[in-house]
Design a protein around this ligand. Structure first.
Ligand SMILES: [Zn+2]
Length: 143
């Protein structure tokens, strides 16, 4: 019986976290758009369904929630309850992320990860994304 309640709480927590992830994606998208970048979103034909795809730069951007994707920062720390559940869940997410990034790179994509906690310095983060896009593009041989 205790389990039922726990799983209800879990899914509640999960939907909250997912919602936040969409919001942080929007922040990055809006900023890039206002700077003249054009992109496609949630491209399901690519490994890992990148959040923002800038084909012109062969850029695949992932905006990752720190908790959900297991970032090594204070926001990425596991909750105090259900540690084993979260640990295996998040470990799987990390492994899946790594695999998808590797697959994308093999296909010639420039994978750029933006972490939720980095949005505290939005200007700096966007600068980093753009410089990654631009250098990724100029160092790539025409294909
Ligand atoms: Zn973080």
């Amino acid at each position: 019986m205790a389990d039922i309640k726990t799983s209800e709480e879990r899914s509640k927590n999960m939907s909250k976290i997912k919602g936040r992830n969409t919001r942080i994606e929007m922040i990055v998208r809006k900023r890039l758009f206002s700077m003249g970048f054009r992109y496609r979103i949630n491209v399901s034909s690519l490994p890992g369904k990148p959040d923002i795809v800038l084909k012109k730069y062969m850029g695949a951007v992932f905006v990752n929630g720190c908790f959900w994707h297991g970032h090594d920062c204070k926001d990425g720390h596991l909750p105090k309850s259900n540690i084993e559940f979260w640990e295996s869940k998040i470990k799987k997410n990390i492994e899946r992320d790594k695999l998808n990034y590797a697959l994308l790179e093999e296909l010639g994509w420039n994978v750029i990860t933006v972490w939720e906690c980095e949005l505290k310095d939005l200007d700096g983060t966007i600068d980093r994304v753009i410089s990654r896009l631009v250098t990724g593009c100029s160092t790539r041989v025409a294909r």
